[in-house]
Design a protein around this ligand. Structure first.
Ligand code: BTN
Length: 228
């Protein structure tokens, strides 16, 4: 079920509250405006009223805890696929246009009960008509066509549910779909204090980076910068 709201603080917070009240798998909230939109790593996510997709989707599936980080990678695949064939993913889940600028981001937040994940709120922001005033950001309409916000939201919701359901039985389809869309694998990157070539994804969704001394590091969180 899709709930539409005009103004809220954060759709992730609203959906978490609905989930704690027993909302089922697949419940989603789409907002016109957020007053306290949150991004990864404690950042803000700002967007002008009604221009973009501000969406949260509830994933309540028996996904093994070791695969939980892959929910966010599956959501990135869903979002990039909805945006179009030219869109790529920068690890872990920034969706980039072909010029390397960011068009969408994902903030997945898991709820744990007695050491077991009970649900994941997957928050997705897609710049549809307007990009924030940053040189590193763009929007879908920058390609000269007008995109329908509801159609984008619908595609993302379907994809998030499809990929997260696939994780119950097998992590490989998500990992392979992510690899096929990756802007990171094969590139020289710096993430946290590690610089080297991004080799691949680990089974847990971590990024494997080979530094110049030949060591392979597994990075579980951070911001990737392309270098060189
Ligand atoms: C990022 O790239 O840093 C992640 C951005 C996630 C933004 C979305 S917008 C809908 C949902 N509600 C939030 O407060 N954040 C996410």
């Amino acid at each position: 079920m899709l709930h539409r709201v005009a103004v809220t603080r954060s759709t992730n917070d609203d959906l978490r509250a609905l989930a704690l009240d027993g909302a089922p798998h697949g419940t989603a909230i789409l907002a016109d405006t957020q007053t306290g939109g949150r991004g990864r790593l404690g950042r803000r996510w700002d967007s002008p009223p009604g221009a973009n997709v501000l969406l949260s989707v509830l994933v309540r599936q028996p996904i093994p805890p070791s695969r939980l980080a892959l929910v966010t990678l599956g959501a990135a695949v869903a979002t990039a696929t909805t945006c179009g064939p030219a869109y790529r993913i920068k690890w872990p889940n920034d969706v980039l246009a072909s010029d390397g600028r960011k068009v969408a981001g994902i903030l997945a937040e898991a709820e744990w009960t007695n050491g077991v994940p009970s649900f994941v709120v997957v928050g997705i922001g897609v710049n549809v008509a307007v990009a924030p005033p940053l040189p590193t950001a763009t929007c879908l309409d920058a390609d000269g066509t007008v995109h329908d916000r509801d159609t984008v939201a619908d595609g993302v919701i379907r994809g998030v549910l499809l990929w997260s359901e696939s994780l119950v039985d097998d992590p490989r389809p998500v990992l392979d779909a992510w690899r096929a869309r990756s802007a990171t694998i094969g590139a020289r990157v710096r993430v946290n204090d590690v610089e080297g070539v991004a080799l691949d994804l680990g089974d847990d969704g971590g990024l494997l980076v080979r530094t110049d001394d030949g060591q392979v590091h597994r990075v579980l969180a951070g911001d990737v910068a392309m270098v060189g």
